[in-house]
Structure formats: C-alpha cells, structure tokens
Design a protein around this ligand. Sequence first.
Ligand code: ADP
Ligand code: MG
Length: 618
Amino acid sequence: MVFLARFLYGNLKGYRLLVVGAFAATILEVIVAGQVAFVTKFIIDKATPPHTDPGGIYTIILNLFKPVAAGQSHAIFTTITFLLITLVVLGLLDSVFTYAQQFLASYIAQHLTARLRQKLFDHLQRLSLDWHGKQKKGDLVQRVTGDIASVEKLITDGLVDLLGSVFTVLNAIVLMLAAQVQLTVISIVMVPALFFIIFTYTRAIKAAAKRASKSVGQVADVATEDVGAITVLKAFSLEDREALRFNRYVGKSRQAGLEAGGLQAQFTPVVNLLITIGTAVILGEGCFALATGTFPIVNIQANPPVTAGTLVLFLSLLKQLYQPMKDLSKLTNVATAAAAGAERMQEVLDQAPEVTESVAPYHGPQRFQGDIRFEQVIFGYTAERPVLKGIDLHIPAGKKVALVGLSGGGKTTLVKLIPRFYETQQGAVKIDGIDNRIIPLDVLRRNVTQVLQESVLFEGTILDNIKIGRPDATMEQVFEAARQAQIHETIMSLPDGYDTAVRERGKNFSGGQRQRLAIARAILCDSPILVLDEPTAALDVEAEAEVLRVIDKLVVGRTVLMISHRLSTLGKVDEIIVLKDGVIAEQGNYQDLKARNGIFAGLLKEQNRYNVDYSGES
Ligand code: ADP
Ligand code: MG
C-alpha cells in the first residue's frame, strides 16, 4: 500500500492540486451531510417538549434573524422554518460538493490512465528486442490495458470514497459525542465485532476471487494456445483431446468462481443482520433512556437527557458509521487490485532499456556516407555464450558485401548490431568512424534500412506501410518507389489502390508482394546503409527472381550487407564474408573463395548438388 501511494503520488504530478480539490470537496460533503443529520435533530427537538433551541452556530445565526422575525423571537414556528430552509440549503451544498468530488475524481482518473498508458507504451517500445523476446504477448497487453484499468478504478471509485469513508466515520463519531456521550460509547462498542466479521469475510472472498481469476487466466491461456495452433491440432486430429483438456480447466474455473460468488452472496446479508441488531440495541437503550432517563442494563443516568431528536440523530448517524465500514472493506479489494496492477506496471517501467540513448549532445552528421567498421566486436545474447567472438570488419561506403555461413553462425546477429538493436559486449561498431553508441538512435536507424526474410506489414493502408520510414514523402515519391519495387501496378489494380487496408501483418498479400512492399519502403527511406537478411528465403523461385531483380536497383549507391543462403546469386557482390562459429573464417570475392577450396567452396559444391535445376547459374 505504501508502494501504491508512492506510485500514485509520482504519476499524479501536475494533477496534485486537483487531487487536493477532490479531497476538499469530499471532506466538505461529509461535513455538510453530518450537519443535515444535526439540523434534523434540532427540528425534532424544537417540535417536541421541552422545545429546546438548536445549539452552536445555529443559535448564533438564528439570533441574527431575531429582529426580522418580528416579536415572535425563538417561536417554534420561526425556528423550525429557519431550520428547514437551512436543511434545503445544506442539501444543495451537498449536491454541489458531491458533483465536484465525482467530476474531479473521474477527470483525474482519465488523465492518469492516459498518461500511464502512454508512458508504459513508450517504455515498451524502447525495451530491447531481447527483453521482448522473453515476454508473453498476452501478459504485456494485460499490463497496458487491465492493470491500468484497475488503477483507474481505484481513483474513480476508490480514492475519494476511501477518504470519504474514513472521514464520514470520524465525523459521525464527533457529532454523536457532541449530542450524547454515553449513547455514543454504546454505539461504538458494536464496531469491533462488525469490523471483525467484515474483515474475515473480505479476506476469504479475496482469496477465492484470486483463485477464480487465476483459473480464468488458465482457461484463456489454453484457448489462446489452441486457437493459435488450430491447423496443427486439426492435422493431428487432436481436437477431442484438447476439448477435454479445456473442459477440465473450465470446470476448475467454475468451481473457484462458485466459491467466490457464494461467499460474496453471504457477505451483505450477514453484515446487514449485524447492523440491524446493532441498531436495535441502540434504539432500545435510547428509547428507555428517553422514557425513564436511565440507560437499561448498564444502568446509567442519561446526562444530558436523551431527546427524540437525539434518537433520530443517532439512527441516521449509525448508518454513517456502519455503511462506510462496508464500503471500506469493498475498497480493500479495489485497492489490492490496483496495488497489484501498479506493481506490475512499475516492473515494466523499471526495466532499463538495454540500449540507452547517449546523453552527450550529438554534433555529428545526420546522414552518413555508409562506411561501416566492426572493431574487435564480442557479443552474445547471454553473458555466458558469445555468438560473435571477435569480429574485425571494414566495409567502405558503397561496397556490397555478402554474409554467408551455416544457419546459427551469427549472421543475423552481426547485422543487428549496426542499427544497435543490441549492445556489443566488447568492441565497437562505427559508422563513418563514429561509434554508433554516440549517434542518437533515430538518426542511426534512419541511416540503416533493413529488408528481412519475412517483412511484417503494419495495420493501416498500403500507403502508411510504404511511408513508414519517411512520413513526409509526397505521393509522387511513393509512386516512384513502388514503381522501382515493381509493385505499383499491382497496387493500382486493387479496388482501393494505395488505400487498401493491410490486415493481420499483411496476410492479404503474397510473400513476394510483401517483400516488394518492404523494398518500396526501403527505397523511399533512401538510407545509405542497406541490410538484406535473406530477403528471398521464404519465396518460391519465381517470386525470388522477381524480388532479386528489384533488389538490383535498390542496392545502387548504397553500402549493402546481404545475407544469403543462395550462394550462386553472389557473383556480383564485392566481397563475401564467411562466418563460422562467431568468427570470420574466410573473406574475399566469389572467384577467390571458390578457388581457395575452403569453407565457401564446400558450401557452394554442396548447394549446387541440390540446386542445379533452378540456381540460375549454369
Ligand atoms: P544466423 O543468422 O547466422 O542463422 P543468428 O545470428 O540468428 O544466426 O544466431 C546466432 C546464434 O545466436 C544462434 O545460436 C541462435 O540460437 C542465437 N540467437 C539468435 N537470436 C537470439 C536471441 N534473440 N536470443 C538468444 N539467442 C539468440
Ligand atoms: Mg539469420
């Protein structure tokens, strides 16, 4: 709870004055509500013998009106009229404060929610790929939506209510004490018992609810898993087995839900019964004291005497004493959920981005020539297992280099270090001689464009997808890029053309079309460094030939790192680098390496044995 308070305080920066305002409105509302009960007492006391005058501030105000109430000073009629008007005015004030309190609470909650979402989302985007790789998608989504909602609920329903409840109890006790100390003591004796019952129930309900929500999570997990793998399940005819498994989880979830629901159903009746018993005790003591002047059972002389007004006051204040306790116990649920939510959010926020922006001001170029240097680079995804074990590599601006080697050799890893998706453990990666850790990430990534094996498209239109690296591009520039990528005609033939929606990461396009869209995107970015990580590996032969033709145009005038497993296509590159076990094993042009009869020549021979039919090289 201390954590929750600190979390809220920190994130409510800029809204703290409004929070104070909401609290002030709450406190004022409670005071006014208490006064309504008090004025009611005065009215009844004035109407019943011995027709006592109201006390405190009301007498003072009433005396101010004395001259106005011509002669009839303190007459029953005038006083009661005055008190009734006061009652209505208090009611009006109560409404105003209630409105202010609710409005401010929801205003603050909405702003806080938006702020937290933004903050969390921004932070998620900056966390390393490595970290993202280890997360469950559903869990992250839950943090950005559900957990924030629980904090929002605390603010709208909870925070103001919490303070309101505590203050209402205090206020009720003060007003009771002011009216009749002895009856107050009798009323408060009931409180611990009630509190104990409420507390016990709440704890049991909470535990059951936790079990229930956990099994709901399991049900969701199984459903997500199975729906995701439905093709495989069908292929192996596992539907029935999975249905049984699902059924088991659903059963467990129902059991837990029933337990929680059962306890919840008992809670209100039990508490209400206790309140009724408590009220009966007070009413009994009060009525006897009213009639005889002595409290029965405890046998104490009532002093000051109990009046009809006192009894009415106590009956209405008892509600103000017990009701908040019920609310408070419900509130602990909301607060527990919010605390858990806040903790889960903070967990993400505390996750330091592994790649951090340099703090030093940057005065280097915004656009680079494209000279790349790896200096003694050592890197591994974990500290224990290095993937790159000392890479020294210089690629002059404008050179085309191919990276080859067995799968798992570290090719992809190596090129990911250029735009700093990961941080080197030792050594440096330099662009035009500048350590890439000094270059602001957005500048760096504008200068390095990648076309990957599977180009993921984003939700949005085709136009959005092509323009993503350069949002200010004109339509003409987009068309030109698409023409060069040989996708313009295809796009234009669609009913919605460039406004065609991309669905589910591009499932409504073929692999070759996706790659050509990605290439159009890269052409538009026009960055000096281009990384091609097996851009045709997922394509059939025809689509591959088409994409390769387009790539030929894309590479002109740029530094290119091309990862390829289709070795026969590498005749045109300036240099081939063979990666093996995290080091550069061979380096040279196609003819040199072929002649050397080393690793590359071996790979080439092996591939030609299977690829003769369609390698394109005779
Ligand atoms: P290549 O592209 O040459 O096939 P990679 O660079 O993808 O090789 O992988 C090199 C090694 O690093 C492999 O052993 C692979 O299992 C490991 N690896 C790749 N990506 C990750 C990752 N995100 N987390 C942990 N290990 C990884
Ligand atoms: Mg790879």
